[in-house]
Design a binder for this molecule. Structure first.
Ligand code: 3H9
Length: 689
């Protein structure tokens, strides 16, 4: 309990007033915090014995931003702007003491202080764009004045935070301390007072406001972000910092913020923010269940997937044993890992010594017995049931008791694999997405006998690896690929009925996906699905015909599209067009022009329908889990909030009617609205309400 209110404490340390905010878990700037800060600043102002003020936070971080749950509710004074105005009105030095993640409104508050002292591991940033917003508490006006518009624009449009050393060299923080942060900030304030240093506010500086290079930087940063409102607003606001007086720029920033916060895109992105965190909580796993400690890992199989997974462990500082069957395959796998790291280093994404450290954490071996000491073993061998079962039978013998045993699979029955051991309670699936070291989604497949603590361990481990873990049940394709399969079926039908690959992909790209289904298949390799279909006795007429003609996708320079050597740009291919037209004609289908609206509906609505079945079967626990899977694993535009959220915006009754219409056109019974969809639509409800 603080001396001002439950969240804010005010005390004196000699001539310095120390304001400590404690609002766990991340010190969001909720109303009580803002009110307490204004009161603390008033006391600091009125007390003539106070010569300087330090603002610090208790717990794991300095303010991580505005309280997101307050958005969309009636504003409560004092606002964050009021707090900032009170800081800037102080005639005594105000020093922000930063630690943890000083983000969004929290960082903006710090920018209004006269000085900033940071603990060594601090990260600072303006991630508002990731919530479909722009910094709305002066960040777009103060940061360009502090570090120049170009650097500021990069931080604001990407939303990515920077570390304390970079912040120091950019002039964002004035001092980094390894010792006690509050004491360091108090000493800093005393020095400022003793030296009589001038109290220049960031808002009054204009020496860095040079617009040169700004337009190019803006173009470069926003080129791939079409369809999203927030990045464009960020650019506009930072441009205003260059061309408008401070107060006017601030006013425009507030207007833009108000527009975005009330808009559909930010609402969708805030939904994803909370759904992502919710996904880490499994409804029937009590919070009291503690994850098992994980100090070491093993990955079996050094192919593309296994190598990528080993990198995930190394990136998180966890030593990992990587097992292959032969020296030659192991060497190839380790070389691939090193090459991947080198590429990151050459692009400036990783320091060379850090790369060495990470590579040093990966120990390549050819004896399976070496996994015996690992706390978690991830099997990433061929996607074949018999091979996997053999590995698990061996693991049962070798792995230490209570080791987490994970199979990396995208299709296989985890229950069957678990039964190859006498400890099915320790077995679960981890469906990493390719490239495993880059993609954030991790589907954790819960087997019928997976224990609650094994599950809690996998989720905690997933988060430690920097992934977005979502727990799913056992079924063919789990959540993501099962829904994707519906889209693939419709792609094939659209092609047969009259659409061309470039039309389908253009429609889906305009919807907001980074690439369309045909381009995606070309990237993944058409032969992969072809082999799976052959094994399952299934057919996809056009895709099979393409494979038979040697069109495997980018790897052969031809798939649904043509690719010039060394290029990933899809070029419409007249031969493919001919093949499609001939196939339609052979099947007696009268081709017709298909409009963009129909293409989008027939791609998206069947996926939503499958999502409804997945929910009803309990394969996903919540509609938000499905949304998170699609945003993080399949490029669903985050500003549309995921398929189930999007469905609620469209209205389930509308979706039911459109699906019924397409099913009636005899395009397949799988298009009939799922029972859950029917029921909710009938009740006038959505998936999330
Ligand atoms: C802003 O500042 C607007 C201003 O420009 C203008 C204003 C006028 N509010 O992520 P975690 C909750 S916009 C409310 O698991 P971590 C979160 O839901 C804001 N709640 O922890 C979770 O709750 P629960 C700009 C928040 O250690 C719990 O805290 N700032 C907020 O992995 C723990 O979160 C941002 O966008 C919030 N601002 O990561 C930063 N933040 O336990 C958003 C978190 O019930 N936050 N929660 O599930 C983050 O990026 C991460 O939470 C952080 C910690 C890196 C801080």
């Amino acid at each position: 309990m603080g001396s001002i209110n439950a969240s804010v404490d005010f005390r004196r340390d000699g001539e310095t007033a120390v304001v400590i905010v404690d609002n766990p878990p991340v010190n969001a700037l909720k109303h009580e915090v803002r009110a307490g800060l204004v009161e603390a600043l008033r006391r600091g102002h009125d007390d003539t014995a106070v010569k300087g003020i330090v603002i610090a936070c208790a717990g794991r971080t300095f303010f991580a931003g505005a309280e997101i749950t307050e958005f969309g509710k009636p504003p409560q004074a004092p606002s964050l702007h009021d707090v900032i105005a009170a800081i800037e009105a102080m005639q005594k030095p105000v020093v922000a003491a930063l630690h943890g993640t000083a983000l969004g409104g929290g960082f903006e508050l710090a920018l209004a202080c006269h000085f900033r002292v940071a603990a060594s591991g601090t990260r600072v940033g303006l991630p508002e764009v990731k919530l479909g917003l722009l910094p709305g508490a002066g960040g777009t006006q103060r940061l360009p004045r502090l570090i120049g518009p170009e650097k500021a624009l990069k931080m604001i449009v990407t939303g990515d935070p920077i570390g304390a050393p970079e912040a120091l060299s950019a002039g964002i923080v004035d001092e980094i301390t390894e010792g006690d942060l509050t004491n360091a900030a108090i000493s800093f304030a005393r020095r400022v007072i003793a030296e009589g240093r001038p109290l220049t506010l960031v808002r009054d500086r204009d020496d860095k406001l040079i617009g040169e290079g700004f337009a190019d930087a803006a173009e470069e940063l926003t080129r791939r972000l079409r369809g999203r409102e927030a990045p464009a607003a960020c650019v506009e606001a930072v441009r205003n910092a260059i061309v408008l007086p401070f107060e006017e720029g601030l006013k425009r920033e507030s207007e833009l913020f108000r527009r975005l916060v009330a808009g559909d895109q930010s609402k969708a992105q805030r939904h994803i923010f909370f759904a992502e965190r919710e996904a880490a909580k499994i409804p029937d796993v009590p919070g009291a269940i503690k994850p098992r400690p994980i100090a070491s890992a093993a990955v079996i199989g050094a192919g593309t997937m296994g190598g990528g997974i080993a990198m995930c462990f190394a990136n998180a500082g966890i030593p990992v044993t990587l097992v292959e069957t032969s020296r030659d395959l192991l060497r190839k796998g380790l070389d691939r890992v090193t090459t991947n790291y080198r590429t990151t280093v050459s692009r400036g994404g990783l320091a060379a010594d850090e790369m060495e450290r990470r590579v040093g954490l990966i120990n390549g071996v050819t004896e399976l017995d070496a996994v015996g000491t690992a706390d978690v073993v991830v099997e990433a061998v061929f996607e074949e049931m018999d091979v996997k079962k053999r590995v698990f039978a061996d693991l049962d013998r070798i792995a230490k008791p209570a080791a987490l045993l994970a199979t990396n699979t995208s299709t296989l029955d985890v229950n069957e694999i678990a039964l190859a051991t006498v400890r099915p309670q320790d077995v679960l699936g981890t469906h990493f997405f390719s490239p495993a070291n880059v993609m954030r989604l991790l589907e954790i497949v819960r087997g019928a006998q997976t224990s609650l603590d094994a599950l809690a361990t996998a989720v905690a481990l997933g988060r430690r690896l920097g992934k977005v873990p979502v727990t799913v049940g056992v079924c063919y394709g789990f959540v993501g690929n099962r829904m994707l399969a519906r889209r693939s079926v419709e792609t094939e039908r659209l092609l047969l009925e009259g659409a061309l690959p470039q039309e389908i992909d253009a429609a889906i790209a305009r919807f907001g996906f980074p690439m369309g289904p045909c381009g995606m298949m070309d990237l993944a390799g058409l032969d992969v699905g072809w082999r799976i279909r052959q094994g399952r006795g299934e057919r996809a007429v056009i895709e099979d015909a393409l494979c038979e003609a040697g069109h495997y996708g980018q790897k052969t320079g031809r798939g649904y599209f043509r690719y010039e050597a060394g290029s990933r740009t899809p070029i419409p291919d007249p031969e493919v067009e001919k093949l499609i037209l001939e196939t339609s004609s052979r099947l007696g289908i009268n081709r017709r022009p298909i409009g963009e609206e129909e293409i989008v509906e027939r791609m998206i609505l069947p996926m939503i329908n499958e999502g409804a079945r997945i929910l009803e079967e309990g394969i996903a626990a919540r509609p938000g889990d499905i949304d998170v899977i699609w945003v993080y694993g399949y490029g669903w535009p985050v500003w549309r909030g995921g398929p189930m959220y999007y469905a609620d915006q469209l209205g389930l009754a509308h979706i039911r009617d459109r699906l019924t219409y397409y099913a009636d056109q005899s395009r397949g019974e799988t298009l009939r609205p799922a029972p859950l969809l029917q029921r909710l639509a009938g009740q006038g409800r959505g998936f999330g309400s």
